[in-house]
Design a protein around this ligand. Structure first.
Ligand SMILES: NC(=O)c1ccc[n+]([C@@H]2O[C@H](COP(=O)([O-])OP(=O)(O)OC[C@H]3O[C@@H](n4cnc5c(N)ncnc54)[C@H](OP(=O)(O)O)[C@@H]3O)[C@@H](O)[C@H]2O)c1
Length: 246
């Protein structure tokens, strides 16, 4: 399956790198606005094809992935429209709708490391797209009403998780660790927590019970988080970007 990625920036580049790692380089064509971006992505992904010509990129493609900024989607579609025939057109641009877009997908930049959480909107060819994005992480097909929520949890969510990690680092530094050590400790702790949930299938609260001694020190910290409205802050953070808050 020949894939053309229009816009090899942060998101498009991450997909290209992820698909390259999955052994798909020979099937990928990347475009960008500047030659420098193409040189960088080709260096990182030997074997891919690059061109500054969007029309040329689209011509031989089976799948066209639009990964330009949202306000450029209409312009790029007008440009490539004469070359669009049977190609499956997928857009990862947030909040943009267009009649020629077949499937809407919302990946995140961890696609570069095969760890994206991608949402694919229900559509006749959604499963094909979910399979494609499944090569760079987990993907799930959801109804349109959940696309925005998915974007907040997994697209923007990466930034929120980073903020939590940074807070943990700052606490570690205040208690005496060097920043880099504090970062490694915070990351490994987070990875451990994720593995625990993955391996056991436990609800987070049940996992918390495993490390919380009655009258001990863990519960003191947990209660401090509650006093500071931590859960409420996270929920409000996730809902802040929704167009219609309910
Ligand atoms: N970043 C994320 O985490 C994320 C997550 C999910 C979805 N998205 C979506 O992905 C899209 C891109 O976001 P981004 O963060 O990756 O932006 P970005 O880093 O600015 O990448 C956009 C790319 O588009 C290229 N470009 C600009 N005009 C073009 C044109 N006419 N033809 C072909 N390529 C063109 C740019 O080329 P140059 O580099 O040469 O200027 C750049 O490489 C957005 O619509 C966003 O909503 C992003």
């Amino acid at each position: 399956m020949k894939i053309s990625v229009i816009g090899a920036g942060n998101m498009g580049g991450a997909l290209i790198k992820g698909w390259t790692k999955a052994g798909m380089a020979a099937d990928i064509t990347a475009t960008a606005h500047t030659q420098k971006t193409l040189d960088d992505v080709r260096k990182a992904c030997p074997g891919i094809t690059t061109t500054l010509d969007n029309k040329e990129a689209v011509r031989g493609a089976d799948v066209v992935v639009l990964a330009v900024k949202p306000w450029l989607v209409g312009q790029v579609l007008s440009e490539i429209m004469p070359e669009l025939k049977e190609q499956l057109v997928v857009s990862v641009a947030a909040g943009i709708r267009h009649e020629r877009i077949d499937v809407y997908a919302m990946p995140n930049i961890a696609a570069e490391f095969g760890e994206s959480m991608t949402f694919v909107e229900e559509a006749p060819q959604a499963e094909t797209v979910a399979e494609l994005f499944g090569r760079v992480g987990q993907s799930r097909v959801v109804p349109r009403r959940l696309m925005e929520a998915g974007m907040m949890m997994a697209g923007c969510g990466i930034a929120y998780v980073m903020r939590f990690l940074r807070a943990m680092m700052e606490g570690g530094v205040e208690m005496g660790f060097y920043p880099d050590d504090a970062k490694q400790i915070a990351m490994q702790t987070m990875q451990g927590a994720v593995s625990l949930l993955r391996e056991t299938g436990l609800h987070p609260e049940a996992a918390i019970d495993k490390v919380t001694t009655p009258g001990g020190i863990t519960i003191k910290g947990l209660n401090e988080l509650d006093h500071a409205c931590f859960s409420s802050a996270v929920i409000r953070c996730l809902k802040a970007g929704l167009e219609k808050q309910g």
